[in-house]
Design a protein around this ligand. Sequence first.
Ligand SMILES: [Zn+2]
Length: 574
Amino acid sequence: MKWSKMMIQTLREDPGDAEIDSHKLLVRAAIVKKTAAGLFTFLPLGMRALRKVEAIVREEMNRAGAQELLMPILQPAELWQTTGRWETMGANMFKLKDRAQHDFALGPTAEEEVTDVVKSIVSSYRQLPVIVYQIQTKFRDETRPRFGLMRSKEFIMKDAYSFDVDAAGADESYWTMYHAYERIFARCGLKATPVQADGGDMGDSMTHEFHALADAGEDGIASCPACGYAANLERAERRLENVKCKMENGGCGAYEAVPTPNARTIEEVAAFFGLPPSAFVKTLVYVADGKPVMVCVPGDRDVNEVKLKRFLKAKTVALADARTVEEVTGAPVGFAGPVKPAKADVPIYAESALEGASGVVVGANQADTHLKNVDLARDAKITAYADLVICGAGDLCPKCGQPMELKRGIEVGQVFKLGTKYTDAFKAVYKNDQLKENVMIMGCYGVGVSRTMQAVVEQSHDKDGIIWPASVAPFQVVLDLLDPDNADVAKIANDLETQLEAAGVDVLVDDRAERPGVKFKDADLIGFPVRVVVGAKGLANGGVEIKRRDQPKEAMVKVAPDAALAAIQSALAV
Ligand SMILES: [Zn+2]
């Protein structure tokens, strides 16, 4: 393929709306072009990279025994109404009507759709297990699309679904997909770590997310270097052995009210008392499924709303508005506390680390006032203690007790055990060998295909541009033809192009009438794994120049034209 025949327009400047390196580079290197906020066109170079990621996903799915199908993007509302998700998906789901006023959704996922398909075909245990998958466009009406392909309104997903006769079978399908994912990301050149995650609305049982570790990642991950425990911060747990909540100084005489004018936030109150934030108990008012609850956490910690929601088994959890806070506490916002709130019947949940907390400072449920010398067990009616905070660096690993580290990750895949949530709703049953009807057990498994492509770039780039792994590069080799008008040089370049293509190496020949510096800059920006330079000067001085994108200039080698193919192949193989 000749550069002059391809639609490639690289950009010198970063796009104004790009916040992370991979987004900037995808646009500058002519991989994608923004069509509107959260919507991108894959340009010819980007399409080639995307197709390579897809091919790896497809090969590994097929190898794992999954069968490819393709379901409609436009999904009838009836499917979603069967599980109640037509309502619960909320504003994230694009909904529309056809001309006959029938309701449809642009699929954000396809559990309902696939269950409806499988139940209509599978009726006997002999037909199970089944794993089906599709690679297709999905939609999500993001409030704030950002980070390029990471959080877009339209994206390409591989979604797979397993159907089994029992829990043991579902377990096997789960781990089959888990291991397929490990191979997929490794083959894409991505360092992806499986982490325990929260099931959220999708189901309540076991799930792992695969995260590409990167500083620009949106998700926080707690990981233990000692034993390998890794979990999304939404779910990560900790041991409490090193947590100290009893204050040494305050002792624990009766609590007393202290006027604290103009001090509302923990920082302000801490400064007022001259104590560290950990000496305070922060009390927040939440509304869970319409009912207020109070939540107490140590002053230096934040409430983990995902854990809170799971603990309360609530459908929705949100911070209460000012009016609710005033009703519950009897005071303006900023002075909530667990001791004698105005509404005595509101349940008070406290973080486990606060069990036994004594001599602490809390809000007094009274304007401009705090209470000191509070003993939670003695002075407050705590409904229950639970793990309710977000883990931090240095918290102890729940598995081995060693300190954990915090990392950031880009979620590129997720595997879920769904149980019978969908198969119950759709009455997706099979007959066992006694001809008795049983409900199928389900799992679902997603790979963000377009997101994986960007995660590769986020993990693999430098100041000059992208460094594509050979497996997913738009072209594995760029051949810079420096003197296209010199017949001898052009012939050597042409022969090498033919040889490479015959050997299954995809090569882009930069035949443009540009200065070498421009060609090299573009080659580095787009990030072809191997750059080959064929020019009159080089040929007179040792031959064809071969350089890997991930190696410095000094590692460049010169070989005779007839040795170039072998040298390029070995540069690609490493
Ligand atoms: Zn550990």
